[in-house]
Ligand binder design. Structure first.
Ligand code: NAD
Length: 260
């Protein structure tokens, strides 16, 4: 049980992050959720976590492109709950375009949210984990941390980057009872995937059904989307004592995609 532990999950107002926050709360952890969205919808999710799982849930609106807000979010979490024992770097966005047309500000934004924010959260949260002698850091990478697809240059670069950051942190923290791993899902049916369908239709000149069959599930031998709950269950497992010797790994949950 994660009772008396606190988990901070970035990008957890939606999709995979929300699923991970709920799974860790179900295991007994107090949680700090973060991300954008409508105030009412976020409050509904926050309150649901408290009432369904009997833990405390706090919301931070910190923007993962802003290092000062990230540091303040970690400090606020430590103040509110006394610690950040479990750090899940999950916030991420996608943009689909050929490199020569890729907007420079989109490149910078994706590198900031999908990669650099994890450096900033880790930098802020590691001292507390070291002082308490226990920690779990879980990064939501992607099959795109291992293989590429065309038109996703910033995303693929950021995800390969987070896989490298994961290994480096695992080695630095190996003797501190702090494990650092990434989870690499294939296509999970979330708002992020749904939202990239129109751009992929444009970039490849395809219909919606063609994008789903020939682009998304083409890569996934099982021909099924991964579920949020399946990714969240792995994150919860990584927080157990049974997983204490799993560190520096990249765990694929991709229906066989990267076996090809
Ligand atoms: P999602 O769009 O449902 O959720 C993204 C979350 O990040 C939201 O809570 C959003 O508000 C938050 N966010 C975005 N920009 C932010 C910012 N600047 N500051 C703070 N929060 C911000 O997407 P998802 O599919 O659940 O993706 C979550 C993670 O999983 C991402 O890192 C994504 O790359 C990764 N992933 C997704 C899939 C997939 O198929 N859905 C596959 C592999 C990896």
């Amino acid at each position: 049980s994660l009772q008396s532990k606190t988990a901070l999950v970035t990008g957890s107002t939606s999709g995979i992050g929300l699923g991970i926050a709920r799974a860790l709360a179900q295991a007994g952890a107090n949680v700090v959720i973060n991300g954008f969205g409508k105030t009412d919808a976020i409050e509904t999710e926050r309150a649901a976590i408290e009432s369904e799982f009997g833990v405390k849930a706090h919301y931070s609106a910190a923007d993962m492109t802003k290092p000062a807000e990230i540091a303040a979010m970690v400090a606020e979490a430590e103040q509110t709950f006394g610690a950040v024992d479990i750090l899940v770097n999950n916030a991420g966005i996608q943009y689909v375009s050929a490199i020569e047309e890729f907007p420079v500000e989109k490149w910078d934004q994706i590198i900031a949210i999908n990669l650099s924010s994890a450096f900033h959260t880790m930098r802020a949260a590691i001292p507390g984990m070291k002082s308490r002698g226990w920690g779990r850091i879980i990064n939501t990478a992607s099959a795109h941390s291992l293989v590429a697809s065309p038109f996703k240059s910033a995303y693929v670069a950021a995800k390969h980057g987070i896989a490298g950051l994961t290994k480096t942190a695992a080695l630095e923290l190996a003797t501190h009872k702090i494990t650092v791993n990434c989870i690499s899902p294939g296509y999970v049916w979330t708002p992020l995937v749904e939202a990239q369908i129109p751009d992929t239709m444009k970039a490849r000149g395809m219909t919606k059904d063609q994008v789903i069959d020939e682009v998304l599930l083409k890569a996934q031998p099982t021909k099924e989307f991964v579920t949020v709950e399946q990714v969240a269950a792995i994150a919860a497992f990584l927080c157990t004592e049974a997983a204490s010797q799993i560190t520096g790994t990249n765990l694929s949950v991709d229906g066989g995609w990267t076996a090809q």
